[in-house]
Ligand binder design. Structure first.
Ligand SMILES: Cc1ncc(COP(=O)(O)O)c(C=O)c1O
Length: 483
C-alpha cells in the first residue's frame, strides 16, 4: 500500500502520510483496521523509523489514526462517512467502464432466494439448528489441545483426498453397527458436507442433461447442487410410503439416478416402506441406474429403533450413501461422508483430487478421537433425549394452539417436523413476516420443484428450548390468522 520513491522531491514522511491518507479516504483502509507499527513499516519499506514516526504523528494529530492501548494503531473509528469512500460493491461496479461481462449459464440455475430470507436467521424453529450449547466443548478442546501438544507432521501437510485414515475407519465401524451398512473403510470418503458429496457424485455419474429423479417435495439445496452441474431434474411425488417408484418409472424410466431420503424424507418425514425400497433397488438394477441415499438425521428416532439404511439392503452395490455430522455434532464443522460402491472408487477419488485435493485434516483427526473414545455415542444419546422432549413440547403446542388448522407430519425422527396449512395459505409470505419476528420457519412450498401440492411450514426444534415453544407457536398462530 505504501510505495516510496527515494528520488522523488517529496519528503519521505510526506509520501507515507499521503499514502495512508489516500487509502483511508478511498476506503481501502476501514475504521478500526489495524496498521503496522512504525518499526514494522520502516523495515518493510526500507527506511529509517524517523519519517514513519513523523507521518504517524501527523495522521494521529489530524484524527485519521488513533492509538489504542493493547490494540496498537488503528484507523480512526470516528471518521465521518462522507469523508470515506467505501461504496458497496454494486456502486463501485457502476463506476467501471461498460462492456460485455459474460457469465456461465449455469450460474443462474439456482434460484435467487429472497433477500430477507427465512433461511438466514438464528432463533425459534430455525431448521438445521442444533443445541450447540449442549455440545461437550470442554471435551473437544481437550482433544484439540492433545493433538497440538504432540503435533504429527502428517496433520499439517496435504492429506489423503479420501479423508484421514483414522476417521474413515471409525466412520465405517459406526455405519456398519449403527446404520447396517455394507462397507469397508476404503469405501468411505470424507467430504465437507452433503452438498459436496452430491457435487462429486454428480460429476462422476452424470453428464449435462442427464436425467435424475428427485423427491417432490424435496431438499432444495440438494436440488440446487445437482441442477448446478447441469442435470435435468425429474420431480417424483412422495406419498405415505416415500418416493413413488411407479410414478418415477412412468415419468422417466431411464433416469440415471434417484436422490432419496428414505429414513426420514425431507420435508414430509415419511419413512420409505420396505416394499418401496425393494422396488427402487430393482428399478436401479434393471435400468443400470444409481440410487443416492441422503441419510442426514437418522440418529434421532423417537418412537422406534433407527431405521436400517437402504444401502444395507442393496446386494448389487447400486447405492451411494451420504451422511453428515451437521445434525449430530454441528453444521459449521462441515464434515460428512460418502460410502462409495467399489466400482466407482477410482472415479470418485480422481474427481475429488481435481476439485479440492481433500478435506482439512486436523479436525478430522480430532473427530476420529471424539468418536473412538466414546464421546460421540454419549452425545447422541443425550441429544436424543433432549430433542425428544423439545419435539413433544412442540407437537403439544401445535395441537393446542393450531388444532385442526394444521396436520403434523414427520415428528417421529430428526430435528424438524412439518405442518401442512389450509390450501391457499401463502406460506412464503407468512414465513417472511415470521422471520421479522425472529421465528425462522421454512415455507413448505419452497421444497417443491414444480406445482405446490400443499402449503405449510417446516419447523426446526433443535435449538428451541421447551420454555420458548408455546409462546413462539402462539406468535405463529397470530401471524396465520391476522391477514
Ligand atoms: C435433506 C438434508 N440433507 C442434508 C442436510 C445436511 O447437509 P450438510 O451436510 O451439507 O450440512 C440437510 C440439512 O438440513 C438436509 O435437510
Amino acid at each position: 500500500m505504501i510505495a516510496i520513491d527515494r528520488r522523488a522531491p517529496k519528503a519521505l514522511h510526506r509520501q507515507i502520510y499521503d499514502a495512508y491518507r489516500a487509502a483511508i479516504l478511498e476506503g481501502r483502509l476501514r475504521p478500526r483496521q489495524r496498521i503496522p507499527s512504525t518499526r514494522v513499516l520502516a523495515s518493510e519499506i526500507g527506511v529509517s523509523r524517523f519519517p514513519v514516526l513523523n507521518a504517524y504523528a501527523q495522521l494521529l494529530a489530524e484524527g485519521y489514526l488513533e492509538s489504542r492501548v493493547g490494540a496498537g494503531t488503528v484507523v480512526s473509528r470516528s471518521l465521518p462517512d462522507q469523508f470515506t469512500r467505501s461504496e458497496p460493491t454494486d456502486a463501485r461496479l457502476a463506476a467501471t467502464r461498460p462492456g460485455p461481462r459474460l457469465l456461465a449459464r449455469r450460474a443462474s440455475i439456482p434460484p435467487r432466494r429472497e433477500v430477507s430470507s427465512w433461511l438466514r436467521g438464528w432463533g425459534a424453529f430455525g431448521v438445521g439448528q442444533v443445541a450447540f450449547d449442549q455440545f461437550p466443548l470442554h471435551v473437544w478442546s481437550k482433544l484439540v489441545a492433545r493433538r497440538c501438544r504432540k503435533p504429527d507432521a502428517k496433520s499439517f501437510h496435504y492429506g489423503d483426498p479420501m479423508g484421514s485414515a483414522g476417521l474413515r475407519e471409525t466412520v465405517a465401524i459406526y455405519l456398519r453397527t449403527a446404520r447396517s451398512l455394507r462397507c469397508e473403510a476404503e469405501q468411505v470418503m470424507i467430504v465437507s458436507g452433503s452438498q459436496q458429496a452430491l457435487a462429486i457424485a454428480g460429476r462422476v455419474l452424470f453428464d449435462p442433461g442427464s436425467q435424475v429423479w428427485v423427491e417432490e417435495p424435496g431438499y432444495f439445496l440438494a436440488r440446487d447442487a445437482f441442477a448446478l452441474t447441469g442435470f435435468h431434474l425429474v420431480p417424483v411425488p412422495v406419498d405415505m410410503e416415500g418416493l413413488d417408484v411407479t410414478a418415477g418409472i412412468q415419468r422417466c424410466r431411464k433416469a440415471r439416478a434417484a436422490l432419496v431420503t428414505p429414513s426420514h424424507q425431507f420435508p414430509l418425514g415419511v419413512t420409505m416402506s420396505a416394499s418401496r425400497r425393494f422396488q427402487l433397488l430393482e428399478w436401479a438394477q434393471n435400468t443400470g441406474s444409481r440410487i443416492i441415499e441422503d441419510d442426514y438425521d437418522s440418529e434421532y428416532r423417537y418412537e422406534s429403533l433407527p431405521i436400517a439404511s437402504l444401502q444395507g439392503l442393496d446386494a448389487n452395490a447400486r447405492v451411494i450413501y451420504i451422511g453428515t455430522f451437521s445434525k449430530v455434532l454441528f453444521p459449521s464443522l462441515r464434515l460428512g461422508y460418502v460410502v462409495i460402491p467399489p466400482d466407482l472408487l477410482d472415479r470418485f477419488l480422481e474427481v475429488r483430487r481435481a476439485m479440492d485435493l481433500g478435506p482439512p485434516t486436523f479436525h478430522q483427526e480430532v473427530l476420529a478421537d471424539f468418536i473412538a473414545e466414546g464421546h460421540f455415542a454419549r452425545h447422541i444419546r443425550r441429544m436424543r433425549l433432549l430433542y425428544r422432549e423439545r419435539r413433544s413440547a412442540l407437537v403439544d403446542s401445535i395441537r393446542q394452539e393450531l388444532g385442526t388448522m394444521v396436520e403434523v407430519l414427520g415428528c417421529e425422527a430428526g430435528m424438524h417436523l412439518t405442518v401442512t396449512l389450509p390450501r391457499g395459505t401463502r406460506d412464503r409470505e407468512v414465513a417472511a413476516r415470521a422471520a421479522r419476528q425472529n421465528l425462522w420457519v421454512w415455507p413448505l412450498s419452497a421444497s417443491y420443484h414444480g406445482e405446490v401440492a400443499r402449503p405449510g411450514f417446516i419447523l426446526g426444534f433443535g435449538s428451541t428450548a421447551v420454555a420458548e415453544i408455546p409462546g413462539a407457536i402462539r406468535q405463529l398462530r397470530t401471524l396465520l390468522t391476522v391477514k
